[in-house]
Design a protein around this ligand. Structure first.
Ligand SMILES: Cc1ncc(COP(=O)(O)O)c(C=O)c1O
Length: 400
């Protein structure tokens, strides 16, 4: 018998993602998958995490296993604030942040606390799919700002702010998912100036900023806010340990003005009461043990090698049929099919053909809140070793 109770109206605004449908095909044996958005499990610092768990249980079992404060486990808030400061975000103190269950929960709390049905929210085109779904669930009308190799185009962004008067602007300035783009220093400053000038809130989602391959990226918007008077009052920064340490820990955090943190904390109380104290105490001990710099160096080196291998293989194997900016960090190559030489120019079409050849990736269209570019695709190099990357791209070349 079909389920008889009608679902909430808000579910009419969202649909299951096209990407999930594609993932069902990935079980096929022998498939090389560039489709995931995961870090490589082989890189998890299992010994370090085991040690952190043991220390947490021997030194603070009460705190690690008991209910905890909604704002987060205080020793972890202290460690996260110190981590932020060590990355150049001067002046972040433990009380400036709350711990969230992954940065995904921070996004959900922003939707819950800020979005009323019909409110406009500006996002990048393309942007993180789960954000599109999450903000739409709260009734947001998403407005797409164009992105190029230097991140969001600030002139266009200003025009959209004036036209739509958005509730907030959601950006992934550093190695965005899926675009891999890095917002230039000049544009970062401009974004902060726009925030002050138009009194509009900026949400900086930054789960990938630590995964750089060469030089460090420009400072985060949060770090730069010290140079743009008044901008900190219009800024939220979301961080996460998922891509650098372990997504299974579900430890994220949000730095925001105090009034917003208070409302978000209230909403979090109604949803999960607090992020797992066990995970928080583990993360706190891990950070306290000082292992993070080595862990970051290790993951950066592995992903840099894989990104380079994928870039080289795509250039030599697909030539003019594809264009992309070589990523300088993160987990993804974001590419565009040119159709040159009569080759396939539709990402969805190529994704189907590619499965037939034993390689998977995600077409780019679902990452747009509006006006999708169907020629785009996202390829993750993160979980595939260099030889398999070359083999996967060779299969892709056969499919195109
Ligand atoms: C841009 C972006 N934001 C947020 C998240 C959520 O990460 P988590 O909830 O694991 O911190 C992801 C995960 O893929 C992401 O790509």
């Amino acid at each position: 018998m079909p389920f008889a109770t009608p679902f909430a109206d808000r579910l009419n605004n969202v649909e299951t993602s096209a990407i999930r449908e594609l993932f069902k095909l990935l079980g096929k044996p022998g498939i090389i998958s560039f489709a995931g958005g995961f870090p490589d499990s082989a890189l998890f610092d299992v010994d370090g995490i085991r040690e952190a768990v043991n220390t947490a249980l021997s030194e603070e079992a009460g705190g690690a296993l008991q209910y905890g404060a909604t704002e987060g486990y205080q020793p972890l808030r202290e460690q996260l604030a110190a981590f932020m400061v060590s990355k150049g975000n001067q002046g972040v103190s433990p009380n400036d942040l709350i711990v969230t269950t992954g940065s995904q929960q921070a996004l959900d709390l922003l939707g819950k606390t800020l979005v009323s049905p019909g409110d406009k929210v500006i996002v990048e085109g393309p942007t993180f799919l789960a954000t599109i779904q999450c903000f739409r669930l709260y009734g947001a009308e998403l407005v797409t700002a164009p992105v190029d190799g230097d991140g969001v185009q600030t002139d266009a962004l200003e025009r959209l702010i004036v036209e739509h008067k958005p509730k907030f602007i959601y950006l992934i300035p550093t190695f965005g998912n899926p675009s891999g783009a890095m917002l230039s220093l000049e544009r970062r400053k401009r974004v902060l100036e726009l925030a002050v000038q138009h009194k509009v809130l900026i949400v900086e989602d930054d789960p990938y900023g630590d995964l750089y391959f060469g030089d460090a990226p420009p400072p985060s918007l949060l770090a730069l806010s010290a140079q743009v008077p008044g901008s900190r009052d219009h800024l939220v920064h979301c961080g996460s340990l998922s891509k650098v340490l372990s997504p299974g820990l579900r430890v994220g955090w949000m730095v925001a003005p105090s009034e917003l943190l208070a409302k978000a904390t209230m909403c979090k109380q109604f949803s999960d009461a607090h992020t797992s104290t066990f995970a928080q105490a583990t993360a706190a001990q891990y950070l306290k043990a000082g292992r993070m710099p080595d862990t970051l160096a290790k993951v950066r080196a592995v992903y840099a090698e894989r990104a380079a291998a994928m870039g080289d293989a795509l250039r030599s194997g697909l030539g003019e049929a594809i264009e992309f900016v070589q990523p300088q960090g993160g987990l993804f190559v974001w590419a565009r099919l040119t159709g040159a030489g009569g080759k396939v120019a539709d990402g969805g079409e190529l994704a189907k053909r590619a499965i037939g050849q034993g390689v998977a990736f995600v077409p780019g269209a679902p990452f747009y809140a509006s006006r999708p570019d169907h020629a785009t695709l996202r390829l993750s190099f993160a979980t595939v070793d260099v030889d398999r990357i070359r083999e996967g791209v060779a299969r892709l070349a056969k499919a195109i």
